[in-house]
Design a protein around this ligand. Structure first.
Ligand code: GAR
Length: 211
């Protein structure tokens, strides 16, 4: 499956997807990276990996049309937002309906928007995490594909918590792409369903104390 990535910043999730694609068994490959920020490190990561990388200026007329045209011209089958800090307009979302996914550093629907990790700390929750979801017209809404739960530890600050969550982002984003590329993900009435036996069962855990 040909994957295009939209990124605005350091691109560590992009890197996780590039690295996953380096495994011969992985059924998807990043072939295009687009950024709204000229100096995004994500663009450098793409160039270093030999992937087409392009900056498009968001202030220019027809920004989302150009992004969409790049995606279509490169035969992209799945668009991954990886730290793309813009809200996609409805016409873009409907142009690639069901083919855009996003990663967010909270257990959605809790703490959408910016500074999700700080919002979780401020709310005093004991467990937060990250979510991969299909993109719809809302902000960090849309059918949830995968989530990883991450405990908030007593001495966490925004930095330590963000780092712990990020390590799980790098695990669930490639996994979500794999499940989609293998045809194991369907969306029925706004709820994601997996093929039978896609996952073994898991135990729960207690935060901040776990077995
Ligand atoms: C990640 O933590 C990602 O979940 C978040 O931005 C960071 C990008 O890091 N995205 C959002 O908050 C989207 N609402 P990266 O550039 O190193 O992948």
């Amino acid at each position: 499956m040909r994957v295009g990535v939209l990124a605005s910043g350091r691109g560590s999730n992009l890197q996780a997807l590039i690295d996953a694609g380096g495994n011969a068994n992985f059924p998807a490959e990043v072939v295009l990276v687009l950024s709204d920020k000229k100096n995004a490190y994500a663009l450098e990561r793409a160039s270093m990996a030999g992937i087409r990388a392009r900056h498009l200026a968001p202030k220019e007329e027809g920004f989302y049309r150009k992004v969409g045209d790049e995606i279509e011209n490169h035969g992209i089958e799945l668009v991954c937002c990886a730290g793309f800090m813009r809200i996609l307009p409805p016409e873009f979302v409907s142009r690639f309906s069901g083919r855009i996914i996003n990663i967010h550093p909270s257990l959605l629907p809790s703490f959408p928007g910016l500074h999700a990790q700080k919002k979780a700390l401020d709310a005093g929750v004991r467990v937060t995490g990250c979510t991969v979801h299909f993109v719809d017209e809302g902000v960090d809404t849309g059918p949830i594909i995968l989530q990883a739960a991450v405990p908030i530890l007593p001495r966490d600050d925004e930095g330590t918590l963000s780092e712990r969550i990020l390590a799980y982002e790098h695990r669930i984003y490639p996994l979500a792409v794999r499940l989609i590329a293998e045809g194991n993900v369907r969306c029925i009435d706004g709820i994601v369903q997996f093929s039978e036996n896609a996952f073994p069962g898991h135990k729960g855990f207690i935060s901040p104390v776990s077995e």
